[in-house]
Ligand binder design. Structure first.
Ligand SMILES: Cc1cc2nc3c(=O)[nH]c(=O)nc-3n(C[C@H](O)[C@H](O)[C@H](O)COP(=O)(O)O)c2cc1C
Length: 157
């Protein structure tokens, strides 16, 4: 290899993404959520999307067990949620307005779009687990702008 981990991260950060908070319910009663930018569309028919979670985080195993998710695509007004759901907190949902989506996963009021889905296949990929998910419900708020992530910062459109 002619590159180290820093070089690899720097190259990856040149790919601009949106930001999502992927949520679920643990045992049907405890809300779970994590900031994720590894989201991607996969297939239109059947409707499939994917995201990947690091094995060392708390959420990977819990998401594997729950199997149903709401992918909240964040709007430019939701930077605080990006920070909150990427940081260690006793209860990431405390004081955060949300409701249950169609599949019971937490949905934030002002999300740009919400993609509800369930695990279709998981793929082991190095230190991450890829969740390929079948979409069951979608909503969009077309009047909002996306929260963007590029080179470690959050450029405004
Ligand atoms: C912009 C951004 C994008 C992130 N994307 C991912 C991701 O795609 N997959 C992942 O596992 N962690 C991602 N993270 C890191 C997690 O949000 C963070 O490690 C989280 O605190 C892990 O929580 P847990 O240990 O409770 O699972 C991202 C963090 C940020 C700030």
């Amino acid at each position: 290899m002619t590159f180290d981990a820093r070089d690899f991260r720097d190259a990856l950060s040149c790919f601009a993404t949106g930001i999502t908070v992927v949520t679920s319910m643990k045992s049907g009663e405890e809300p779970l959520g994590i900031t994720v930018n590894s989201f991607s569309s996969v297939s239109l028919d059947p409707p499939l999307v994917l995201f990947s979670l690091g094995h060392t985080g708390n959420h990977c195993q819990e998401f594997r067990e729950s199997g149903t998710f709401a992918i909240n695509i964040l709007s430019s007004e939701q930077k605080a949620l990006c920070d909150r759901f990427a940081s260690p907190q006793d209860d990431r949902f405390r004081g955060v307005p949300h409701k249950a989506g169609e599949n019971g996963s937490p949905v934030f009021d002002d999300s740009l779009a919400v993609i509800e889905c369930e695990t279709w296949q998981t793929v082991e990929a190095g230190d991450h687990l890829i969740f390929i998910c079948r979409v069951t419900h979608v909503t969009t708020q077309a009047d909002k702008q996306a929260l963007l992530f590029h080179k470690g910062s959050f450029p405004v459109l």
